[in-house]
Design a protein around this ligand. Sequence first.
Ligand code: ZN
Length: 320
Amino acid sequence: MEERWLVGVDIGGTTIKLAFISLQGDIIYSWEIDTDICNKGKHIPASIARSIDQKLNELNQTKNRLIGIGIGAPGPVNAEDGSVEVAVNLGWENFPLKDILEQETSLSVVVENDANIAAIGERWKGAGKGANNLICVTLGTGVGGGIVVNGEVVHGVNGAGGEIGHITSVPKNGLLCNCGKSGCLETVASATGIVRLAREELSSTSNFSQLREHQTITAKLIVDAANEGDKLAKRVIQQVAHHLGLALANLANGLNPEKVIVGGGVSRAGDTLLEPLKEEFKSFAFPRVAQGVEIVTAALSNNAGVIGGAWLTKKRHMSI
Ligand code: ZN
């Protein structure tokens, strides 16, 4: 009999990533569709189901080949019934994703928060391979996080476990965060946070910087400039490393993880971010915690979510 496939799905605000994945965690086919957010996102499950059918047709396969679906959603998930409590970008509120997608596809569905599912993916096939205790932080438009303790993702009492982006990093006069409080890590370590730090540096300094030549400053521009040795950009990255190092060290002091994985667009700064981050982390971490941990960049980039989804399905069906 032919080997069966796992389905991994990762819902984002603009695109949905889908993949058929082998039981070993290798991507067999992956593709993307646009996220249909009209009518408060209610067509999203149907569009996922249709796209899976189309891909099976294209490949001359039947649904029997598929074991089940593991799906990541951008919001807190109710672990009991697989509903998404709220996903602002999609227009969802108490959205019964598991139930609807199971009806639409006749496959079993496991729902998980998108940052958690990325952490699971990195643990299975990426930078966290085999680590039973890890912290995964994603520096993108926002700052997402997933925490694995003793091999299990931490959900907490109402699904908000692992919200690393909302650790308070600027306790006094911090900027307002999307979550409603002020001074969150996200306000200084996300792509938008980094751009703001760069603007502050630019207005308070007369030093020459290649950033000055650009009308629009983006996080990518700052990361590239820092990699090329631009002093101002490097100072911005140093500030990010400071806030991130402090937050992660405090968290690590409570968890004693084996790996800290840094992903997302900002992590493309590579050693320019990682080296100062390691220094900052070390200065704030309990010495034995610092000795036990390895701080690394994520390995799966955009595929971490679909691979994590596949692992959840495998776990559900193979009782691993
Ligand atoms: Zn916040």
